[in-house]
Structures are given as C-alpha cells and as structure tokens.
Design a protein around this ligand. Structure first.
Ligand code: ATP
Ligand code: MG
Ligand code: MG
Ligand code: MG
Length: 559
C-alpha cells in the first residue's frame, strides 16, 4: 500500500474529549472517527487490525471445534419476551418498531435468537454438543459510552453459544473455551488475567472474565501475590468474603429495588427533584426499615442485584410489602445514625461501586429504629483491601485494574427452559438443552492492546495484529535514487508475503518519521542517503537503534 493513497487522516492535537490513551491515539493516528456518542467508523488502518484480530479469533474458535454462523442484528421482541428479558434488560436494549408496528430489539446479545434456532432444528442428543459462533456488531445503549472503543454503543463482538445434553459435556466445553480464549488473548499480544466473576444479569452459574491489565480499566481485579487466586472485586467481596465472616448480615432481612412508586414516595419525602437515574433499595431489618436512595450516573440492574444480594442471603420484598412498610412507619423518617449507615454502606457499595460499576453515587438513607447497636455487631464488616490475607488463604491480596475483554459463562438451562428448547435424551425423554455462552469484545480488544502498547510517540503494535508488517519510508520522496531503491524493496517484500506500507509521499522526513511512530508498525525501513550504495536502515518501533543493512540482506533481516 502506498501511503500517498492511504485514507489515514491524522491529527496533530490530542482531541480534548478523549480521556483514554487508546482513544486519543486511535483518533490521532487516523484509525477511526466518531459519528455519534459511542458510535464509530473504523477507517482502513483500524479495519486491517480488526481483520487480524478476527482471523485469530476464527482460527482458535474453529480449532476448538466451534462453527461460524451469522445471525441478524434485528431481533423480534417476542423472543425477548419469552425469557422476560424484554422488560428486564432495561434501557440498554435498543428497540425499534417497523412500519407495521412490530417491535424489535437491536441485538445486544444473542441467547434468545440462537436458542430459537436451535430449538426448532436440533432435537436429538445424537446431534449434541454443538458450539456456534459469530462475529458481529452488537448494540447496547450504554448510559456512559466512553473511552472510545472501550465502551461503545455499537461494537464488534464475537459471541459463541454451546448446547449440551449433559452437565459434564458443558463443563468440558467451558474448559475448552477457556483454553481457546487464553490462546486468543496471548496471540493478540495482551497481558491478561482470567478471573472468577459473578454471573450477573445473564443468569446461570460459573463464569470467568478475561481482563486486560490496564490503568484505565473500569474493573478492579483482586488477586493473590502467591497463589492462582484471581477474582473480580464484586466476587471477592460478596460470596467469598461473606462466607468467611462469622457474623452474617442477618439484620438485612429484605431488600427491594426501586419501582416507580417507591422512588416517587421517597423523592417526595426528601424533596428531591424527579430524576430518572434514582433507584431505591429498601432493607427491611429486624429493627425496622432502612432505605437507600442511590442517585448517580449508573444503571442498577435488578437481576444482577438480586443475584448479588442473593449470595448474601438477603430476600427480596414484594412491592406490597414495601408499600405497607412505608405507610406503617409514618413520621419516622430522619437522618440515619452511624450504626445503620454501616449496614447500608455495605449495600450501597455493592450497588454502586461493585454491582453497577459506577464510580460514585449520592446516597440518602432513611431509617426507622436506632435502638439496636449495629456498630457493635458490624465492626468487622469491611471490604477487601490490598494486603489482606486472601480469600483462598494463600498470600496477600493485590489489586489491579482490568478491562474486561472476554467472558465465558455456564448458562445451564436458564434460556432453554424459558424458551422451551428441548432435546430427546437416550431414553426418548424431552430435556431442556444445557447451554454455555462465550463473548469477546473484538473492538474493545483492539483498544485494550493500545492501552498496553504505546509510548510518548504513538502506538507500538504487536506484530500479530499490526495493520501492516513493515513501514517502508523513502526519506526524501523527491530524490529519484531513494524512490527507486524503495520501490524495489517494496516489490521484493510484497512478493515475499509481507504487507508493506510504503511512505512514498513528498513530505519532510520529520513528518514521515512522526507519522510512522504514531501509527506504530513493528518494523521500519528507512531508505535514505545511502540508497545509491544499496544500504538502507532497519529499525524496530519498540525501540533500539536503527541498523544499517545491505538491501540484499534485507529480506532475511526482516524475517
Ligand atoms: P461490561 O462489564 O464492560 O459492561 P459486559 O459484561 O456487559 O461488559 P458481556 O455481556 O460479557 O459484556 O459481553 C462480552 C464482551 O463484549 C465483553 O467481555 C466486552 O469485551 C465486550 N463489550 C461489552 N460491552 C461493550 C461495550 N459497550 N463496548 C465495547 N465492548 C463491549
Ligand atoms: Mg455491560
Ligand atoms: Mg462485565
Ligand atoms: Mg461480561
């Protein structure tokens, strides 16, 4: 590819609204442009990187026995209603209506759609197991699209779904996918960690997230400095940590996440303006009612909250019970005592920092009965901190920030039961299909790689996913000798199978070198003053000195 022809609109200045390094660099180096919040066009350089990542994903998925298909992005609402997710998924699901008033969702994920295909076509245990994957745009109306491709509203995902007759078969495939993911993320050049995670909104039991280690990461990973233990913070703090507490949070008997009525009632009492993002959590304790009102820039996912608090043995109260509780305790609203706050704080932290992934939330508490000495009972209720002995008893806790680039789930029968997707077992009996699902954020991975591979001059692509293998630069594009030698090198390298970006522009050398550093191809060849003697310069982007080399030895050196 001749650079004079390449569509690569670079920018001199760091775009002011781009916080993340990867976002800045991918914009500056002409890889992408934003079209709307969280929605991007991938320009030619980015498309080449994405294709390479996708090839690696395809190769490893196919080597692991999965088959590629392609499903529609537009999915009928009825399918989402079968599993209840049309309501549960909330505003993150983008919805649309056709000219006949039929309702659709833009695919945020494809469990419903794939299950509907498989239930109609796959009826016998003899055809199981099967693992089907696709690489496709996904749509999620994220409340805070940010950090460029790291949290987009339209993004590229590889999603795979496996179907099994037995739990053992699912376990096997889960392990198989875990290994495939390990190979994929290693090949794309990421430093990553698989961590135990909670199963959240998607349901099911047993899941790992794969995190690329990076300061910009929105997740906190808890790991041991001595053992293999690694979990995301919500997991480390919920089940593991609580199981170790002598005292269970028995005082938290019931919890309720806010329906519109409760929110209205509480907002009125506190004189708060109507605010879409308000959610309430009501804890019915042995002593009375604690209500936490969470305001802030985040989502509370009810199902995820239920799962999370479920792990703490907290029951959900019904709407009527809450209504009743609210009305049966008039006049008892007031500022919360320190005791109650400890209990509520734990839940609020669970809600905001951990469950919702939000960084901050404003909270108000309403309490009922301060007579009990909660402070005494909850002195050792605390969060996992760095330096703690860890959850598995080996070594000490360390924290790291991570970008979730992939996740593997054992779904079980959550979707097949909801959608009546069954197969006939050996005895001819209908059983619900046992499922797994496995996602990789392809566009997020590209950005995560940049977060780990850059310096003050620009991106430093790992070889495996660089947009081109070699950057060939005619130092003085107006010099006929240099252009001629560069052209020869270009032909030779291309014929030998290298992808070469040939900077044939008539720009100043300084401009060319700066652009080359910014784009970050792994190997650079400068054809300069010594071109007439057949000598060129070879330089690795990663650093080190340029070395002079005979043009005739070049092929070997580049290999
Ligand atoms: P997050 O916790 O970051 O919101 P998620 O857990 O909701 O991600 P999954 O449903 O597990 O995401 O989807 C599989 C993969 O898709 C994720 O591991 C991530 O790499 C990618 N992904 C999810 N949401 C986005 C997004 N908004 N932009 C880019 N990639 C995303
Ligand atoms: Mg999400
Ligand atoms: Mg997640
Ligand atoms: Mg996930």
């Amino acid at each position: 590819m001749k650079q004079s022809k390449l569509f690569m609109p670079t920018l001199r200045e760091v775009p002011s609204d781009a916080e993340a390094v990867s976002h800045q660099l991918l914009l500056r180096a002409g890889f992408m442009r934003q079209n709307a919040a969280g929605i991007y066009s991938y320009l030619p350089l980015a498309k080449r990187v994405l294709s390479k990542i996708e090839t690696i994903v395809r190769q490893e998925m196919e080597a692991a026995g999965a088959q590629e298909l392609l499903m529609p992005a537009i999915q009928p609402a009825e399918l989402w209603e079968e599993t209840g997710r049309w309501d549960i998924y909330g505003p993150e699901l983008m919805r649309l209506t056709d000219r006949h008033d039929r309702r659709f969702a833009l695919g945020a994920t494809h469990e419903e759609l794939i299950t509907s295909i498989v239930r109609d076509e796959l009826n016998s245990y003899k055809k199981l197991p099967v693992n089907l994957f696709q690489i496709q745009m996904k749509y999620r109306d994220e409340r805070r699209p940010r950090f460029g491709l790291l949290r987009g509203r339209e993004f590229i995902m590889k999603d795979a779904y496996s179907f099994h007759a037995t739990q053992e078969s699912l376990e096997e495939e889960y392990q198989n996918m875990f290994e495939a993911y390990t190979k994929i993320f290693t090949r794309v050049g990421l430093e990553f960690r698989p961590v135990v995670a909670d199963s959240g909104a998607i349901g099911g039991s047993g899941t790992h997230e794969f995190h690329a280690l990076a300061a910009i990461g929105e997740d906190t990973i808890v790991y041991s400095d001595q053992s293999d233990y690694a979990a995301n913070l919500e997991m480390a703090e919920s089940v593991d940590q609580y199981a170790k507490q002598e005292k269970s949070p028995a005082a938290l008997e019931e919890v309720h996440t806010g329906d519109a009525k409760t929110i209205e009632a509480v907002s009125a009492v506190l004189g708060l303006p109507e605010q879409e993002s308000i959610k309430t959590v009501v804890f019915k304790t042995e002593q009375g009612l604690v209500m936490a009102l969470v305001r802030g820039d985040h989502e509370v996912n009810d199902i995820k909250l239920k799962n999370y608090l479920g792990a703490l043995d907290i029951m959900m109260a019904t709407d009527e019970e809450i209504e009743q509780a609210l009305h049966s305790t008039p006049g008892t609203l007031g500022p919360i005592g320190a005791e109650m706050k400890i209990v509520a704080d734990y839940a609020i932290r669970a809600l905001t920092n951990v469950v919702c992934g939000a960084n901050k939330a404003e909270t108000h508490y309403i309490h009922v009965d301060p007579s009990r000495d909660f402070a005494a009972e909850y002195t050792d209720l605390r969060f996992v901190e760095e330096g703690d002995v860890s959850p598995d008893g080996a070594g000490h806790v360390k924290f790291a920030r991570g970008i979730e680039v992939g996740q593997v789930f054992k779904l079980g029968t959550r979707y097949s039961e909801g959608m009546n997707a069954t197969f006939l077992d050996e005895g001819g009996k209908a059983q619900p299909l046992i499922m797994g699902c496995y996602g990789i954020g392809v566009s997020r991975t590209m950005s995560a790689v940049v977060e780990q591979h850059y310096d003050e001059r620009g991106i430093v692509w790992p070889k495996a996913i660089a947009p081109f293998d070699v950057h060939l630069i005619a130092v003085n594009g107006k010099n006929a000798d240099q252009m001629q030698v560069a052209e020869t090198v270009y032909q030779e390298l291309t014929a030998a199978g290298f992808s070469v970006l040939f900077d044939d522009r008539k720009e100043r050398a300084g401009v060319k070198f700066a652009d080359a550093d910014l784009i970050g191809l792994p190997v650079r060849i400068n054809v300069g003053k010594k071109a007439p003697e057949g000598i060129v310069e070879l330089k690795a982007r990663r650093g080190g000195e340029a070395e002079e080399i005979q043009q005739t030895n070049l092929l070997e050196a580049v290999r």
